[in-house]
Unconditional design. Structure first.
Length: 469
């Protein structure tokens, strides 16, 4: 797990610098970035002090600073790079969040969105580099603190805009934020998009066993506070209480529910549509049989999605079902805290889902193990769950079944790969796979109020307030 502490905001280079400072191997990150089919860039690190804190500044040097790319061009570049699946998915999710917001603010279809600042080589390296660094570190889940923003005005490719910029405000809808009385752009669109696309929740540091921390420096020194973003890495602690879980009124995770009615698709086609939606990053997808107008039997396709992935999943839904229209409802959800662990039964790796009161063997793994061993599904599930409970009260090197936590165990390669990709999980040793997606709503420790953006207003400028950012 990686928790981004955005006490001084967040930007793309600050997120990348923090992950490199926390231990992401620079050469490994460079190797992944070298697959991106753009030239004329170099990534270096610079050790600096920000407010007396030792930090790392990620410095991207490019030969062409002015590159305007369309969203479709960016997608093509990332897909052509043949990066690890999770690096590709995370990078595309960040760009999709940016494209959706830019399209909304400028009233353009996503496909026609042109990236200005975030289309340049340096922004592409910041975004793909952040996704690559998360992969190198084996991070399964990203969470964030309330996000600090500045005030005044900020100069962009579109001229002077309010600070925080309209794109930042739109990206942080539903996210707890706190404004600081500083005429500085503390949070950039790229930084906000990283959180919007990747963070599963916001609040104080979640329950974890800390393994490392890092500080990513901004380009300038700010007298009033350390201009850096902190990242804390650790292994999530299953079932540990949090401040949000103690009450019943905590904020939920903002989601969108996409739906469409279909009466001209076969069962096979609908099954493929659901599979494609889940593969594209849907939180859930399911079908409901209905009787439509004229008495025709049909199905409602439901898709639950993170806000940042809504536009992309809407396109997948249209493409896979051929529907002429999609409905969208903004909602919240409160999933129970849970984590994945694993045990080895009869030399077969079986994942176990653990929440506060429930331990349940992963059905797909149990079915695969039953086919390989000739055992029954019921018996293998019961043994896996019992073994996990027994392992909690004895050393991990006890005899019998072997418990593994976030690492590969015995079993076939496809089962190992299946375990590695649980909710975007990693098979690196010691990496937890908590997928607690609750959204917490803490108060700032210094007493300043924390607000949650509900809806971003249309951008407007006051020509009488040309304050420099």
């Amino acid at each position: 797990m990686a928790w981004f502490h955005c006490f001084a905001g967040i930007a793309g280079d600050m997120a990348l610098g923090a992950l490199l400072d926390a231990g992401a191997d620079l050469d490994e990150v460079r190797e992944l970035l070298a697959r991106v089919p753009i030239g004329g860039w170099r990534l270096d690190v610079e050790p600096v002090l920000r407010g007396g804190i030792a930090a790392t500044r990620a410095v991207v040097t490019v030969t062409d600073h002015v590159v305007v790319r369309t969203y479709a061009h960016i997608v093509g570049i990332v897909e052509e790079a043949r990066l690890p699946p999770r690096v590709t998915a995370r990078a595309l999710a960040i760009f999709a969040a940016l494209a959706e917001v830019e399209g909304r603010l400028h009233r353009r279809p996503v496909e026609q969105v042109h990236f200005h600042e975030v289309g340049g080589h340096d922004a592409v390296i910041d975004i793909v580099g952040t996704a690559a660094a998360l992969e190198v570190l084996g991070v399964d889940e990203v969470r964030g603190s309330p996000v600090a923003t500045g005030r005044g005005m900020v100069r962009t490719a579109h001229g002077l805009l309010p600070n925080p910029a309209p794109a930042v405000v739109a990206l942080l809808e539903g996210v707890p934020v706190s404004g600081r009385n500083l005429r500085v752009e503390l949070t950039t669109p790229t930084g906000a998009a990283i959180l919007a696309a990747l963070s599963s929740g916001y609040g104080p540091m979640p329950p974890m066993r800390i393994t490392a921390q890092g500080f990513g420096a901004g380009a300038r020194e700010i007298e009033e506070l350390p201009n850096c973003t902190q990242v804390v890495l650790g292994v999530s602690v299953a079932g540990a209480p949090s401040e949000a879980s103690a009450g019943e009124a905590e904020a939920g995770q903002p989601v969108v529910l996409l739906e469409t009615n279909v009466d001209d698709a076969t069962g096979e086609q609908l099954a493929e549509a659901v599979a494609a939606l889940l593969e594209a990053g849907a939180l859930d997808a399911w079908l409901t049989p209905v009787i439509m107008k004229k008495g025709r039997p049909g199905s409602v396709v439901h898709v639950l999605s993170d806000v940042a992935r809504g536009a992309e999943l809407r396109r997948v839904l249209r493409r896979t079902t051929g529907t002429l229209g999609v409905r969208m409802t903004v909602a919240e959800r409160w999933p129970a805290a849970r984590a994945f662990d694993a045990v080895t039964i009869d030399d077969q790796l079986i994942r176990v889902k653990v929440s506060r009161d429930v331990v349940k063997a992963e059905h797909e793994d149990v079915v695969a193990a039953a086919r390989r061993t000739g055992g029954t599904i019921r018996d293998l599930a019961r043994r896996a769950e019992a073994q996990w409970l027994a392992d909690q009260s004895r050393p991990a090197d006890g005899r019998g079944a072997t418990r593994v936590s976030g690492q590969r165990g015995e079993g076939s390669d496809d089962l190992k790969e299946s375990a590695r990709h649980v909710r975007g999980g990693s098979s690196r040793p010691g990496s937890g796979t908590s997928v607690d997606r609750r959204t917490e709503e803490p108060n700032r420790a210094d007493g300043e109020p924390v607000v949650e953006i509900v809806r971003a207003p249309s951008p407007s400028l006051d020509p009488d307030e040309p304050e420099p950012a």
